[in-house]
Design a protein. Structure first.
Length: 159
């Protein structure tokens, strides 16, 4: 399985980069992983809704350039479907059974994701109703993808 994580912005904190590297290494035995970063836009403080829409549109255009035809696109969105880790593992397993060989996860920027990308997604996934920093979300997503592969392989992993 090819797994891409398309995300906005660079991870600046070393501890997050270390966690991303660790889970990327662990996932190497289960899938081919690519992390594709697109540039983020500077968001002025107290930006109007119109300015925020323009920023999300620019970031969305950059994301769209990486979305591949035939890939199954999962957008991380606060209004998406919430599932358990086991449910997430079943989702990944079922996609493979259905012949999907390429999954692309999309993580938007600090103010969210462009509606055009959300409409293009095959599935919207929410990890919580809470808001997380988009850079931390990368680590959380990688950990859950790794956990899903461990669950599907019936291998032990701490709970």
């Amino acid at each position: 399985m090819q797994i891409d994580i398309i995300c906005v912005g660079k991870v600046k904190e070393q501890y997050l980069r270390d966690a991303i590297a660790e889970y990327s290494k662990r996932l190497g035995r289960y899938c081919k992983l690519n992390i594709l970063e697109v540039a983020d836009e500077k968001t002025p403080e107290h930006a109007s809704e119109g300015v925020e829409r323009q920023i999300k549109a620019k970031e969305g255009e950059r994301i769209a350039k990486h979305i591949k035809p035939g890939a199954y696109v999962i957008a991380l969105a606060i209004d998406g479907q919430q599932v358990t880790s086991e449910g997430f593992a079943r989702k990944i397993d079922q996609l493979g059974i259905q012949g999907v060989s390429h999954i692309q996860f999309v993580i938007g920027g600090s103010i969210g994701m462009d509606d055009a990308i959300l409409r293009q997604a095959n599935y919207k996934l929410s990890f919580s109703k809470m808001t997380f920093p988009h850079q931390l979300m990368r680590v959380i997503l990688l950990e859950q993808v790794y956990r899903a592969y461990k669950i599907n392989a019936h291998e032990p992993y701490h709970k």
